[in-house]
Design a protein around this ligand. Structure first.
Ligand SMILES: Cc1ncc(COP(=O)(O)O)c(C=O)c1O
Length: 370
């Protein structure tokens, strides 16, 4: 009998799955989570919602998640002051899944997506998994996007999807609304969808700069958002998007798996959205902790990229792995990511941030090369 050879797709051979460490150290500051546990009141409400929806757990969930999309639409009115009707909202298991729906519907074999690096490390995977060719444009030295250059690249490459994370991961920088407007215009002229990934929107210093403002002016814009970050709901896996037109959402529905979002996920998300007031306080604490941590790092003579997110990119170190390891040895797990020499730390609780900065101080004081 001949030996069995796994018929794995050629493009997947030798690849590694996405995986950030999930070690239980004192300060877990490596995946940009909200560090605060939900209140007892919210946990009780979540438990009651699960109890209620489990009475019908023998049935498939609402395939189109109508009630949850309505609740998200209402949340956007409260958060951004803009009305985006339910027909222009889509929701899935994390914005990762929303993005894979977008790439399945608008990318595909023979098609091109364009993104601006350094950026979120999953974009190449979304492209690979949807058989879309990814064209990468480098950001300029302050990690902003050269808009005229980007428009030339869009005209030359004719992508069907243009991806911009704003605020961007791992740099923390946001792309100003005027630049996004110019990109939306170039994308429109070239028949492309502009996807603005606003996973970190709630942490911005200038709340006015959301790309949601572009939806009513352009037919080709999608803004993705998530409940994983500011909302403190990463474990529930809920991400969503807001689109210029219902036709875009109808296209995403073509490629979703049947009943993709469980009844339990829908019920807990609706409950959490109904209690979103609890969130505002946490976001304020995280924003001011971030700004204080930026100052603390600058005082240690460490360069910091201005951040509009719940993390900070700092550096540059001749051997960043050494710094990463020295932090881990002191109970602080951060992320070794981004351009050479830089490291990324998520904003934790005040106690975690204190441990991080004290650990950095120890490293700087004991290491003349830093
Ligand atoms: C820029 C960006 N987009 C999207 C995501 C995915 O978030 P989720 O799938 O949890 O909604 C992340 C997570 O780190 C991110 O940094």
């Amino acid at each position: 009998m001949s030996e069995f050879r796994l018929p794995l797709r050629e493009d997947l051979i030798g690849q590694n799955p996405y995986g950030a460490p999930q070690d239980r150290v004192v300060a877990r500051l490596n995946v940009n989570e909200n560090p605060f546990s939900p209140s007892r009141e919210l946990r009780q409400a979540l438990a009651a919602a699960v109890m209620e929806c489990s009475a019908e757990i023998n049935r498939y969930p609402d395939r189109d998640a109508e009630e949850l999309r309505e609740a998200l639409s209402n949340y956007i009115v409260r958060e951004a002051g803009i009305t985006v009707p339910r027909e222009q909202v889509w929701v899935a298991n994390g914005s990762n899944e929303v993005m894979s729906h977008i790439m399945s519907a608008f990318g595909g074999p023979g098609r091109i997506a364009l993104s601006f690096e350094p950026t979120y490390s999953m974009y190449p995977e979304y492209a690979r998994d949807s058989f879309t060719q990814l064209v990468i444009i480098e950001r300029v030295s302050d990690f902003s996007i050269d808009v005229p250059g980007a428009c030339e690249a869009i005209a030359a490459n004719r992508p069907s999807v243009v991806l911009v994370a704003s605020p961007n991961n791992p740099t923390g920088t946001e792309t100003p609304l005027e630049a996004l407007r110019a990109l939306a215009e170039c994308a429109k002229l070239n028949n492309a969808i502009l996807v603005v990934d606003e996973a970190y929107a709630e942490f911005r210093r200038d709340k006015e700069s959301t790309a949601i403002k572009l939806l009513h002016q352009f037919p080709n814009v999608i803004v993705t958002r998530t409940m994983s970050k500011a909302f403190g709901f990463a474990g529930a896996r809920v991400g969503y998007c807001l689109a210029s037109a219902p036709e875009i959402i109808n296209a995403l529905m073509l490629v979703r798996l049947p009943y993709h979002l469980s009844a339990i996920t829908q019920a807990v998300a609706i409950t959490a959205l109904s209690m979103s007031g609890e969130l505002a306080n946490q976001v304020e604490i995280l924003r001011s902790e971030r700004d204080a941590l930026v100052q603390d790092l600058l005082e240690l003579n460490i360069a910091v990229v201005p951040s509009d997110a719940n993390f900070i990119l700092f550096g540059q170190f001749p051997n960043r792995h050494e710094i990463w390891q020295a932090l881990l040895d002191q109970g602080v797990l951060i992320r070794e990511t981004g351009p050479d020499g830089w490291l990324r730390v998520s904003i934790g609780t005040p106690e975690e941030n204190q441990l991080f900065i004290e650990s950095m101080r120890n490293i700087v004081n004991s290491n003349p090369i830093v």
